[in-house]
Ligand binder design. Structure first.
Ligand code: SAH
Length: 353
């Protein structure tokens, strides 16, 4: 009898989830469903969870708060998957979360008109560390936390089930992975293709995206509304599109009736793609310039020449990678904005991001 009981006891400890117990009074943010547990809030770890393992998070008084992914190398020690004690972190969990996220996107977008969208925005969709972007029939994912990395198989399986026939490419080549003790990873995860090029629709514009070589997951989806604004304001205007990348602000402006757009970027490849994007939208190339130039210098030379535009768009890359570059970045932003204001015609518009 004692032997049997001892056996059961062992079994239980083996399958028991490890738990993270918080310092006194550190449970407030979790009770408000903020999904992060910082390392300083942790009093004790019971069990020996590995990176990405699922753990229960308990308040100092032992009450259950949430269930999440443990990340021993990160200051964000746990990212919560669920605040529902009955919910297990299994295949069905990821299917449910993904289905929910996709259902919301289908309400927000007319996919016949806009089919380049973020399907999963990490914590906002209850999937910390997971980004999934849709580009027509290609999905691009980033697994940015230990938990996301650990669950990649279930996540990819859920994607294949939700989007049968779509290709899946991984772009986990992001610096933040280092903070989670992870190396960069890229490559096809499902239905590989010869090239990463895919044409998406955004508000009816045709846009070339390269999911393998493009910035981020291939494209700046977060600027969709800004491009739409550029289109609305552009009618009859001469436009300078600084840091033009693949020239999608230019396409938007010309579709909105701009008289002429000058694209400016340092990258030859970006400007080449900008030309292809103009062609894909059957725009009149005589209304477009492609200027391979350093925007800092170009703005100054336009100012010196007295050349002005009805609308100037400034959508620079990030000038600061970390705190130590903050002041230099501020000077950079101030510089381009100040000179840009000087080359906007009186009554014209500066679109700055
Ligand atoms: N506005 C773009 C996104 C900008 S990405 C869009 O809507 O898609 C930043 C771009 O700035 C990149 O294409 C990069 O090549 C370019 N760039 C970075 N520094 C530059 C500089 N000093 N002068 C000109 N282009 C620069």
């Amino acid at each position: 009898m004692t032997k049997i009981r001892h056996f059961f006891h062992l079994q239980q400890t083996i399958i028991m989830t490890a738990s993270v117990i918080l310092q006194a009074d550190r449970e407030k943010s979790l009770k408000r469903h903020h999904p992060w547990v910082f390392s300083k809030a942790v009093k004790q770890v019971k069990g020996t969870p590995n990176a990405g393992d699922t753990v229960d998070v308990l308040a100092a008084d032992g009450s259950w708060l949430g269930r999440g992914a443990y990340s021993p190398d990160s200051q964000i020690r746990v990212r919560i998957w669920t605040f529902d004690q009955a919910e297990m972190i299994d295949a069905a969990f990821f299917q449910r979360r993904l289905a929910q996220a996709w259902q919301l996107r289908q309400q927000l977008f007319d996919l016949n008109h806009t089919n380049g969208i973020r399907v999963v925005a990490a914590e906002s969709d209850g999937l910390p560390g997971v980004t999934i972007d849709l580009y027509a029939d290609v999905l691009v994912c980033q697994f940015l936390s230990a938990g996301a990395e650990r669950q990649r198989k279930l996540l990819v399986a859920a994607l294949i089930q939700q989007f049968p026939g779509y290709s899946i490419y991984e772009r986990s080549d992001v610096d933040v992975r280092k903070k989670e003790g992870l190396q960069p990873v890229t490559g096809w995860l499902h239905l590989p293709r010869d090239s990463g090029e895919v044409t998406i629709l955004e508000n009816g514009m045709r846009i070339l995206v390269d999911v393998i070589n493009g910035h981020k997951t291939g494209f700046y989806l977060d600027q969709r509304d800004s491009r739409a604004a550029a289109s609305r304001y552009a009618k009859g205007k001469t436009v300078l599109n600084c840091f033009s990348y693949t020239g999608t602000f230019a396409v938007a402006a010309l579709k909105g009736g701009a008289a002429h757009v000058t694209n400016a970027d340092l990258s030859e490849l970006a400007l080449e793609t900008a030309r292809k994007n103009a062609e894909a939208n059957q725009l009149d190339l005589s209304q477009l310039d492609f200027n391979k130039a350093d925007v800092f210098k170009l703005l100054r030379s336009f100012k010196d020449q007295g050349r002005q535009f009805d609308m100037v768009i400034l959508d620079p890359p990030k000038f600061a990678e970390n705190k130590s570059q903050l002041m230099a970045a501020c000077r950079g932003y101030k510089d381009i904005n100040r000179v840009a204001m000087q080359i906007v015609k009186p009554g014209g518009l500066l679109l700055t991001f």
